[in-house]
Structures are given as C-alpha cells and as structure tokens.
Design a binder for this molecule. Sequence first.
Ligand code: HEM
Length: 351
Amino acid sequence: MTQLNGGPSIPAWPDDELDFSTPSKPQPPYFDKDLDAWIFSRHADIHSALRSFDLWPSSVKKGKQPRLIDKASHHKMRADTTQSLSPERLRGWRLLLAERATDAVKALPINTPIDLLASYADPLCMFLAETVTSISHEEALLLYASARIVSASAAEPYDSELSKSAKPADELLRNHFQSRPEGLRDSTFVALSQTIPCMLGNAWFSLTQFPSQWSILHQHPDLLEAGVEELMRYAGLVRTLGRYATADIQIGDVLIRRGEKIILRMIAAHRDPERYSNPNELIVERQSRGNFALGMGEHSCVGAVLIRMATTTTTAPLLTRFSSIELVDPVAWKGGSAFRSPGSLWVRLGD
Ligand code: HEM
C-alpha cells in the first residue's frame, strides 16, 4: 500500500511490475480493509469473476461507484463498436500499417543504439490512430498532447493532479470525435496512439530479457501469432481490473455481498503456476490462450482484434529483419497502478 500526493491508499503490488526481481505469487481471495475490496489473484478466481453476470466493471478506487448501464445499451455499444471494426476495414488497416512498418524497419540502423519506441512504435501507432479514426496527420498532431495526458491519468488513476489536467484534455478529445461512429472516437484515438505503444514497449522489453525467444521468432515467423498471446500473458499491460457485485455471489470459497468490490490482479493471475508451467519465463511456443490481457467474458475488450492486428503487424517486420535485440540502457518506467510501461526502449538490433 502506498500514498500518492497525500491522497488515498493505492494498491501497490510491486511484484506485479515487469522488472521486479521476485515475481508475483497468486494468493487465495482475501478482503483488504484499506482498499475496501476483495483481492483476487489466482487465475481460476479471476476467470470465474470475469465470467460472472453479477459483477460489473468498476473503478478500483475506494468509494468510487460504478457507472451501471442497462444490458440493452451495453450490447448495443458492443455491437456498434464491432461493426466499426469490421473484418473488411481491419484488412485495409492491416495492409496500410504493414506497408508503413516495412518502410520504417528499413530505416532503422543496425548495431546502433536506438529508442525503439520513439523511432518506430510511436510513429506507427500514430499513423494507425489517424487511419482508424479518419483524421489528418495535422489534426492528430494537435490532439496528441491531450491524448498523452488522458493516457497518463488512466495509467495512475489515484493521482489527483493528473486527473485534474486530464478533464479538459478529455473534453477536447470527446468534442473532436463526437460525431464519429461508436468505436472510432476519442478513446480509440487514445488507445491506438498511446496505449498500444505502452503495450508494445512491455512486449519488446520482455523479448530483450529473453533473447532466445527473439531468435525463435526470427527463425519461425509463423509462431508469432501464438507468441503474441504469450507476450500478452507475460507482459500484459493492464495490472488490475475492478468489479462491483450487483447481487450476492459465491466465487470459489468466498461469498461476495451485493455492493462489495473486487480488485482483480491480472498480472499475478498470469504468473499462476496452477495455470502455467514455468510462469516466470517467456516461452513463445507456449499456448497462452485464456490470458486476461484484454479481459474476458461479457466485458472483454471490443478492440481486441485491432490490438492483436497492430501487435503482429508492427512486430513481424522487426523480427524478420533483425536476428537479435539487446537492451543498451536501463529502462525508465512510466505509468502507475493501472498500467506501467517503458518510457523509452534503447536497444541495439543485430543483422
Ligand atoms: C492496448 C490497448 C488496449 C488494451 C490493453 C485494452 C484492454 C482492455 C481490457 C483489459 C478490457 C476489459 C475491461 C474490464 O473487463 O473491466 C477492455 C474493455 C474494452 N475495450 Fe479495450 N483495450 C485496448 C484498446 C481498445 C481499443 C482500441 C478499443 C476500441 C476500438 C477498445 C474498446 C474496449 C471497450 C468498448 C471495452 C469495454 C467492453 C465492455 O464493457 O463490454 N479497447 N479493454
């Protein structure tokens, strides 16, 4: 437990951090009085929670009430977003992104330190954000700073200073994309331009820690699809999700009362030895389906197809072109209790 700006207690499980030397150990569910919430960390418990119809997404913050919406509006939101991300559109975006990524890889230097996020991930993700939300590059540049603030606040929801500055930024973005179809608005622009680079940063950092896994993917590009699932398991971005009980509900051995909250420690679940053998190792050939990096069940990420497409399309040309990756500078981490990722990723790529 830590405090931020003298504010409320925030969940602090440093062992959920990607660079922590002693990785997380899942525990049986328990109630945390300071956080006023149940804490779930075992894979099986989180799986049950995400599958439950009596648990609604909620902020993990103490005292913050969830925004409950009726089932019909929820289904409509999901259906409209799915329609916006139709397979035809996705195919078109993939082609455009693949072309950009191939050109960008050609421009990367060999055996010379580069920040792979600033020189490769950020511009490609910005291009994808512009393409998907149909805005010009000039408009995107104007919106970029606001998206950065909104993303930083989402990464650390307990920072009241960040929340304050995120409000006008959020409003500016919301107004800009107001007339767009569901799924192609401000939150998608923020997710594509900011959150995906964070996710890629975690994934590529992990590959620097397991160079043999980079070599395997370099030699067997057909393994990338399965490898992406393993990268999501090992280096998933979202550290916790919140749930609110809309009815009394039994999960495993614990009875959750209506109105109580649960904090789901996703990263700990991804390291659960009951679910994964050698959980603290990145093994790209492992079948990691069933990870929670993009949620699961009724409230799973509607943008999952887009996220997977972006991850494979940006990572594949790097793996094909370069036989190795080596971290040349310690990573300065950014973000906070909701998600954390490298602020920069200085690497040397081998021929
Ligand atoms: C790297 C980027 C992203 C990550 C890591 C991510 C992760 C997640 C996770 C973990 C959830 C589950 C939340 C919960 O169960 O409480 C979720 C939900 C959701 N995501 Fe994403 N997401 C990303 C990008 C996107 C994009 C680009 C879109 C839209 C195009 C999107 C749309 C949604 C929606 C609408 C939900 C709520 C679903 C519901 O409540 O039914 N996400 N996301």
